[in-house]
Design a binder for this molecule. Structure first.
Ligand code: GUN
Length: 292
């Protein structure tokens, strides 16, 4: 069994990005600049945004964090998005989700200029991904593909079972695994909460991508010997032994599943660090396009 080290892979990629940034700067170009909008004080969102700002520093990017209180109106938030769309100093930006309930999330996503949508959430970028055109790819799926690429895990003709059908992970990663390419060309099945015989289907998988958000959902009896298992779950479960009061739990029952696998990602330290890394790659792509 090989443990897929997302933390190390992400560190390697950030070093590669930082080297490219220094080259850009030496040529007199501006550093890539990522902005983030954070509304309210949700603990998870605070942590994610702080990690994104830290990753920007590691890559040599400029970053800006725009904070707003929970009571911001939708009109005010749309104005903040529009300002970033029109700010020539900003290459790309994200609006951290979830947003307060009085704000229509989809409306905000669709207000972002697709050319600055480094989260890849705008329907234009989702559509481009779906038909294999270049565009910004949602960060977690792109990170998973990069891990498979860097670990030289064969995908061509293999059966990939994705568990979960979210717009951010399940659907886009299934599309990417389906596309022709060095990583992809797989036979793809998507399972979800209404799937009958889910265990039976997952047992046929050469590659399992678990993105259901249910700790320990994938158990050893659902995994074929020699399978590759990618665990996207990052559910916070209470843990009194931790200073934070919680730990992250994956969708895979790691202890029982790992011994059966050819490759497996841990939680934490697997897909998570790659997600932020993909955001940095997307920002780099936005900056390259600005310089082109
Ligand atoms: N909330 C959870 N994941 C994400 C993400 O990838 N991007 C944004 N903007 N918000 C999130």
């Amino acid at each position: 069994m090989t443990l897929i080290d997302g933390k190390q892979t992400a560190a390697d990629i950030k070093k590669e990005i930082a080297a490219e940034v220094e080259k850009m700067v030496a040529q007199g170009k501006r550093r890539p600049h990522l902005a983030a909008i954070l509304v309210g004080h949700d603990g998870g969102s605070e942590t994610y945004v702080a990690s994104k700002v830290k990753a920007c520093r590691e890559c040599g990017f400029e970053s800006s964090l725009l904070r707003f209180e929970d009571n911001i109106t939708e009109a005010e938030l749309l104005k903040a998005v529009d300002d970033l769309n029109n700010n020539p100093e900003v290459d790309g930006f994200i609006v951290q989700l979830p947003l307060p309930r009085h704000i229509d999330e989809q409306r905000i996503i669709e207000a972002v200029n697709p050319a600055k949508d480094v989260d890849g959430f705008h329907p234009i970028n989702v559509g481009k991904l779906s038909i294999g055109l270049p565009g910004f790819r949602s960060a977690t799926p792109a990170g998973i593909i990069e891990l498979l690429r860097r670990y030289h895990i064969p995908t061509r003709g293999k059966h990939c079972v994705v568990i979960g059908r979210s717009n951010i992970v399940g659907k886009p990663v299934a599309q990417l695994m389906l596309h022709k390419g060095d990583v992809g060309d797989a036979t793809v099945t998507i399972c979800h909460s209404a799937s009958e015989n889910l265990s039976e289907i997952v047992r046929q998988a050469d590659i399992i991508i678990a993105a259901v958000g249910r700790p320990g959902f994938v158990t050893a009896d659902m995994v074929k010997d020699g399978a590759t298992v990618i665990d996207v779950g990052t559910t916070r479960v209470p843990d009194a032994t931790r200073k934070s009061g919680f730990r992250l739990s994956g969708d895979v029952d790691f202890e029982s599943v790992a011994p059966k696998c050819a490759y497996i990602t841990p939680v934490p330290g697997g897909v998570g660090p790659m997600t932020i890394c993909s955001l940095m790659l997307n920002t780099m792509q936005a900056a390259r396009q600005r310089n082109a």
